[in-house]
Design a protein around this ligand. Sequence first.
Ligand code: C2E
Ligand code: MG
Ligand code: MG
Ligand code: MG
Length: 279
Amino acid sequence: YAAKERRGRALRYRPDLDERAAEDARLGAQLRIALDTGQLRLVYQPIVELPEGRTVAVETLVRWDHPELGEVGPATFIPFTERSGLIVELGAWVLRTACAQAQLWRTTLGGHAPQRISVNVSPRQLTEPGFADMVIATLAETGLPAGCLAVEVTETAVFTGGKAIDALHDLHRHGVRIALDDFGTGYSSLGLLQTVPVDILKVDKSFVDGIAVAGRESVIARALIGVSTGLGLTAVAEGVETAEQANELYRMGYRYAQGYYFGRPTAEPVFQVPVHAAA
Ligand code: C2E
Ligand code: MG
Ligand code: MG
Ligand code: MG
């Protein structure tokens, strides 16, 4: 009994847990300030059509210009904002800013503007009551047509259950495209593709990394383009870094890709003149 008691106490007083709580509190306060003082900004990464590589869409990715640490990537702070609930406010800001930017591109660039903008949505946002209504209201405020927006959700988010799936159905009915992000890395089940209104399958970088090398490495990428095509979904290969990978993806049947080879995320991507621009 004494040993159990000691273990329990040791657990409760583990200094690393205290440090984690203190670190979370610090991060929370700093992010609160970041949101209120404009330290957060958005960058946009091209999603291109193969084989020419013309940008047809962009994915929105958030960055934090920390006053002392410099640029901080989302992998560092998004998980914290999900735990603390701050993602709801941060996510609404990302969505509004991205939709406004996309609409500005449409009005200033016309046919050269990307056809669609993707915004990442985390599980906590998706299950927040009124999420779909908030998205639809944001579209109305910014003037962006619903068909020009895609929300990227993970398989894991969809697995949180009914509320998440209802929100996706709502959005889909309004014309918003649904993309399954990092596909193949979560609690995936191919059955999901039949119950959730999915339009776009983003094949995770881990299945793209080895495809230029002959052998087993390419089996999953090949299987997933088969599934996508069979179900009438648009497949996007993520994390393409080399010409060899791009060529191999094209040979497999992929028509859309994203990755450093085509363009890094930037504040102002350069949109090429459409190859088949009206004369
Ligand atoms: P994601 O949605 O899968 O986004 C793709 C990530 O891969 C981005 O990292 C992007 O910069 C990176 N990437 C793209 N091409 C390449 C490549 O060729 N090679 C390599 N090594 N990496 C590549 P980033 O910007 O650090 O974002 C990480 C994750 O943070 C995102 O993964 C997304 O899950 C999350 N995230 C970013 N912005 C937001 C946001 O506004 N809201 C939410 N909820 N999550 C976000
Ligand atoms: Mg994404
Ligand atoms: Mg992804
Ligand atoms: Mg990812």
